[in-house]
Ligand binder design. Structure first.
Ligand SMILES: [Zn+2]
Length: 313
């Protein structure tokens, strides 16, 4: 599907879509009663009650401004050794050919933006060529939040090891540093005045959120600030992977309020179909996702369906 926000077109590049965590595995504070108020939208698209598993996606967003082609987040990637994350280990998916199906070659990408540097958001930054990891996009600048980069820079004396990210700096970040293609950005950085970097701390300290603003319309690329739409109704649900859960809760509440006020489209990294939503503020002050309204932003060009690829996040 292609979404249109103002004069910006957005395509989704799927890496995988299917069943993932059980709710209590992803959200330590999850309680089964939380499903009752969301029954009208959560199953079967976002949760399969027959196996008690969430249904989720791993995808990138391809953003076309009038001037530039930008990739937001780059999934897990192929052939990467992820010894502590079996479902991400040595993947082999046709992500790159799905990008080509949209008429986009690797040389066409102007910018790569990563909301954070976890293994499922940086994988296609690089690919294996003749036994070496090289930047996948030869003409792109790779934009990383400065605080996020410093957190994962394994060359630093104060580097704190996390098994989930073993090898990630070496195979997906360092080759981009060494090629001179990395640019570290601060909050407020923008591309074409259309994509603006904002803080989104919690999941990681340096997690960024990318606001899209065009012709009076807006959207937010939120990475892993929201893993699953259940967190729209329950922003207090944090994941076991969050660096600072309390900060993540504040960030979710702030974004929900902003999206509801501005009728902005929420564009997360792991929601199943339709992969994006608007936010409706209920009379009791809680929020709920509005998936139906996304249809109005789709301008055709629907991708072939049926990329079910088993385990995801
Ligand atoms: Zn993720």
């Amino acid at each position: 599907m292609r979404l249109q926000i103002g004069d910006v077109a957005i395509d989704r590049i799927e890496e995988s879509l299917g069943l993932g965590f059980q709710p209590h595995e992803l959200f330590p504070a999850y309680e089964p009663r939380m499903l009752e108020p969301v029954q009208d939208w959560i199953a079967p698209g976002f949760y399969d009650p027959t196996v008690c598993r969430f249904r989720t996606s791993i995808h990138s967003w391809l953003v076309r401004t009038p001037k530039h082609l930008i990739l937001v987040d780059t999934c897990v990637g192929n052939h990467k050794r992820r010894p502590h994350v079996p479902r991400f280990d040595m993947r082999d998916t046709p992500w790159l050919s799905r990008l080509a199906d949209l008429g986009v070659g690797v040389e066409d990408i102007d910018y790569v933006m990563c909301t954070h540097l976890h293994c499922d958001h940086v994988g296609w930054n690089t690919r294996l060529v003749d036994g070496r990891w090289v930047p996948t996009f030869p003409n792109a600048r790779y934009l990383f939040g400065r605080a996020e980069f410093n957190r994962w820079d394994a060359r630093r004396a104060d580097y704190q090891h996390r098994p989930i990210n073993d090898n990630v700096f070496e195979d997906s970040i360092l080759p981009v540093v060494e090629s001179g293609q990395m640019v570290l950005v601060e909050d407020g950085f923008d591309i074409d005045g259309v994509l603006i970097v904002e803080p989104g701390p919690g999941h990681t300290h340096g997690h960024i959120c990318i606001r899209l603003a065009s012709q009076g319309h807006s959207g937010y690329f939120t990475g892993d600030i929201f893993h699953h739409p259940l967190q729209i109704r329950y922003p207090e649900l944090y994941t076991g992977f969050d660096d600072v859960p309390e900060l993540g809760i504040q960030t979710r509440r702030r974004l929900l309020s902003a999206c509801a006020d501005d009728h902005a489209l929420l564009l997360p990294a792991h929601f199943a179909e339709p992969h994006a939503c608007h936010i409706h503020r209920r009379s009791d002050g809680d929020y709920e996702p509005d998936f139906a309204s996304v249809q109005a932003f789709i301008n055709g060009n629907r991708l072939p369906a049926g990329h079910e690829a088993g385990e995801t996040v």
